[in-house]
Design a protein around this ligand. Structure first.
Ligand SMILES: [Zn+2]
Length: 254
């Protein structure tokens, strides 16, 4: 049985290994890159509200990194260790509000300790990671035989399948976090519409662990009356005075 602190220690070690390996393979986007700065700026607005959903998060050492990879995916490990794959930014042409929705959702899984529960439940995660390692190695263009450990970490994080209830919770908590941080929660709707549209053109990795675009959108719409006023307040206005949300179109050929 893995306790909270060992899961945190483990995730710290795994995240560090992942970054080290990615750096060696030229797959870690440097902090000077404007895309990394953009992600970190968005995170720095969301993070102050995290402790509302998990008091322990006030002490988390938050990290945000970008991995050079065509994958449309992102994750947040226990303890606030976030990684985005560059494919999600380029293939979906995300607005800042939409990035905030992805980030809020992934952070919420960590805050609500969904991964910890999953890691505790599954005693065979290392075997799963090893099995899926070949796939992650391919994203980084590395030999799977050399990187069982490191490849397995990425595979483990992006292949974690949460329950429908956990997914809904992450959507709702994510909407709340983003709205408080001044990001338009209506971007959650356009985000999943774009996921659906892009997913119909080509398989998207994230959709295999985040299914149900239609019911997701319905659930978010149902909660919009709760979060939209919060967002409007951060803009010094009211819901009825908000202009319609403007997304950015999908790139012509993703
Ligand atoms: Zn999720």
């Amino acid at each position: 049985m893995r306790t909270k602190s060992t899961v945190n220690e483990q995730s710290k070690l795994q995240y560090t290994q992942l970054l080290t390996e990615a750096k060696q393979k030229n797959a870690l986007v440097p902090p000077s890159d404007p895309r990394v700065q953009r992600l970190r700026a968005i995170a720095s607005r969301i993070v102050p509200y995290a402790a509302r959903w998990n008091p322990a998060a006030a002490d988390w050492k938050w990290e945000v990194n970008l991995l050079n990879s065509d994958q449309v995916n992102a994750f947040c490990m226990p303890g606030g260790r976030i990684a985005f794959f560059s494919g999600i930014l380029t293939k979906l042409n995300l607005t800042d509000d939409e990035v905030a929705m992805v980030m809020g959702h992934e952070i919420s899984h960590a805050l609500r300790e969904h991964a910890r529960k999953r890691m505790v439940e599954s005693s065979a995660t290392s075997a799963v990671g090893k099995l899926l390692g070949a796939g992650v190695s391919a994203y980084f263009g590395i030999d799977p035989r050399l990187t069982d450990t490191v490849a397995g970490i990425g595979a483990q994080m992006i292949s974690l399948k949460f329950s429908r209830g956990e997914e809904t919770e992450a959507d709702i908590v994510g909407l709340d976090l983003a709205a408080r941080a001044g990001f338009d929660p209506r971007a959650g709707i356009t985000l999943w519409q774009k996921m659906g549209a892009a997913g119909s053109r080509q398989p998207l990795e994230i959709l295999s662990t985040h299914p149900g675009g239609e019911s997701r959108i319905n659930e978010m719409n149902r909660n919009m009356p709760l979060v939209l006023p919060v967002y409007a307040r951060t803009k010094g206005t009211t819901v009825d005075k908000l202009p319609p949300y403007q997304s950015m179109p999908l790139p012509p050929k993703a």
